[in-house]
Write a protein that binds this ligand. Structure first.
Ligand code: SAM
Length: 341
């Protein structure tokens, strides 16, 4: 065997024990957030990561470059609230220059979008997921414990002006709190070319204690929508996409359902996550993680980091979401905003 072939045979890959290939990396750039959503964060004192623990853009870029060399093609910036890192466009530009990266998206609560959408689009971001749980100012405040609906609306207008597509609106419903907003979100999808996605509440929050009774199952939301407006099936955009999508008959946009609790989609999952403090998590519900920051800061060469990433992927859970009942009994050491949603 030639030495070149021997090297190729040994080179790590991002395939897990179940044959799933990782192509997508979610990068949390901060644990800080400017909202305090009921189901996500507490409103009191929050034990933020110390600033020096948060990865620099160079460190994030290095991990992304190594992962790209192993087959990752799609990146998504999230948090915390990613736009709270004011120089985020600098990172976006750096990531878009990495060979092999085909797509860069941002998940945001939209509060800072009206000023940052332009620089982000210029840096190469086209796809934005904007989280919005109510279309009424009081409801927005009730869900997020902050004001800001007007700012989110002007952020969305800015995205329309920039012709950034697709724009996806992520809605989490809490029973008895914002489920009255369903018709308003349908109306939003009728009028605008958005994909409005209803995401089932997961037991990952650090806000109010998780109550399963607050979960509004996706199939129920769909039934309630169909009672007021016809939906035409579109399916999944690709097998690993979490949302099942429907066209809003006669409207400009779509409705999607992301049902991780009642219809887990783990079998098709192609994602891993990099936390703001440099840990790789192979599932939102992982109980373990791989400390890449220690390798980055300990002088490890790329090959050593690539091996650690491949080993982490090899151990990816069959489906963390599948043992949710066990999960309800446990309290997670990391919450959603510390993982990256
Ligand atoms: N700040 C950004 C945002 O608001 O989109 C990015 C981070 S946030 C954690 C990403 C998404 O996770 C948001 O759509 C939020 O509603 C959702 N999320 C947070 N906690 C959740 C939970 N326990 N169950 C389901 N979705 C949750």
């Amino acid at each position: 065997m030639s030495s070149q072939l021997a090297t190729a045979t040994r080179s790590p890959s991002l395939i897990d024990r179940f044959g799933r290939v990782v192509r997508s990396l979610r990068i949390s750039v901060t644990d800080r957030c400017n909202l305090r959503c009921l189901y996500c964060m507490p409103d009191g004192t929050i034990p933020w990561f110390p600033k020096q623990r948060i990865l620099t853009f160079e460190e994030i870029g290095r991990v992304a470059r190594i992962l790209s060399s192993l087959g990752v093609r799609e990146l998504r910036l999230t948090g915390g609230e990613p736009l709270m890192r004011r120089d985020l466009p600098v990172l976006a530009r750096m990531l878009m220059r990495i060979e092999g990266i085909e797509d860069l998206a941002v998940t945001t609560n939209g509060l800072l979008l009206d000023e940052m959408a332009g620089p982000l689009v210029e840096a190469g971001v086209r796809r934005f997921n904007v989280h919005l749980d109510s279309l009424e100012p009081d409801g927005f405040h009730l869900m997020s414990r902050r004001s800001g609906l007007d700012r989110v609306r002007s952020g969305l207008e800015e995205l329309e002006r920039l012709k950034a597509t697709p724009v996806k609106i992520n809605v989490v419903l809490l029973r008895g709190v914002n489920e009255d907003q369903i018709p308003r979100f349908v109306e939003l999808a009728v009028r605008h070319p958005y994909q409005v996605r209803f995401i089932e509440l997961m037991p990952l929050g650090g806000g109010e204690p998780f109550e399963i009774d607050r979960l509004v199952p996706g199939h129920e939301v769909k039934r309630r929508i169909e009672a007021i407006h016809p939906l035409l099936p579109v399916g999944r955009e690709r097998p690993s996409a979490p949302a099942t999508v429907f066209r809003v008959a006669g409207g400009a946009g779509d409705i999607g359902f992301i049902n991780p609790v009642t219809e887990p989609f783990c079998a098709e999952c192609d994602r891993i996550r990099l936390t703001a403090d440099g840990r790789i998590r192979t599932c939102l519900f992982s109980r373990g993680e791989t400390d890449i920051a220690a390798l980055l800061r300990g002088g490890s060469p790329d090959e050593r980091i690539a091996d650690a990433l491949a080993t982490a992927v090899a151990g990816k859970e069959a489906g963390g979401c599948l043992d949710l009942h066990q999960f309800y009994r446990e309290r997670l050491s990391r919450k959603m905003w510390q993982i990256g949603g």
